[in-house]
Design a protein around this ligand. Structure first.
Ligand code: ADP
Length: 164
């Protein structure tokens, strides 16, 4: 069975991510979406449990997709889920350098391959950080995120949520 592992911070998960999951699910028998704690990023807006719960709802229509949330090295997750490959989305050339470095490091550590799926131009400008910025100041993010995520963003900022 071919298993694709799509890891990310997903803080929050947006339509660009969803497009990659949907396309990956046509390439693999199973896609495992892993919400990760990224120690290089500032304190997340949504904690891992919140991100996992939102992800479960967002991919409910995709039977071959399952969610895990983890705070360990990605190659350990790849081993644990029996991943055939790590899947990453590419928005622009600017993503390429760090993605290439991570792919090479992961391959060096465990032999796991990484495949890149280029985003459609429709979503190439969508990034979690920008979505948070728009939502923080009350802007409409409904074109960029699934409805459940939009709802949680509004609730989070109403509670005075802050990710800085
Ligand atoms: P990370 O903390 O790993 O950068 P992100 O949540 O920002 O996590 O992204 C997870 C994956 O989704 C990465 O492979 C990233 O390149 C990809 N991605 C992010 N935004 C988009 C988008 N708009 N279209 C396609 N892929 C995207």
């Amino acid at each position: 069975m071919k298993v694709g592992l799509f890891p990310g911070s997903f803080d929050p998960f947006h339509n660009g991510h969803l497009e990659i999951v949907e396309r990956a699910s046509r390439l693999f028998d199973e896609v495992v979406v892993a919400a990760l704690r990224n120690p290089q990023k500032s304190a997340p807006l949504f904690d891992l449990e919140e991100r996992e719960a939102m992800l479960e709802e967002v991919v409910a229509h995709l039977p071959s997709v399952r969610i895990v949330s983890v705070s360990t090295l990605l190659v350990n997750v790849a081993r644990d889920v029996g991943a055939s490959a790590i899947v990453r989305g590419l928005r622009a050339v600017s993503d390429f350098e760090t993605e290439m470095q991570m792919a090479q490091m992961n391959n060096h550590l465990s032999g796991v391959e990484t495949i890149f799926i280029p985003t459609s131009s429709k979503y190439s400008f969508v990034a979690s950080k920008l979505v948070r910025e728009v939502a923080r100041f009350g802007g409409d993010v409904s074109a960029f995120v699934p409805p459940v995520v939009a709802k949680h963003l509004v609730a989070k900022y109403e509670q005075g949520g802050d990710d800085e």
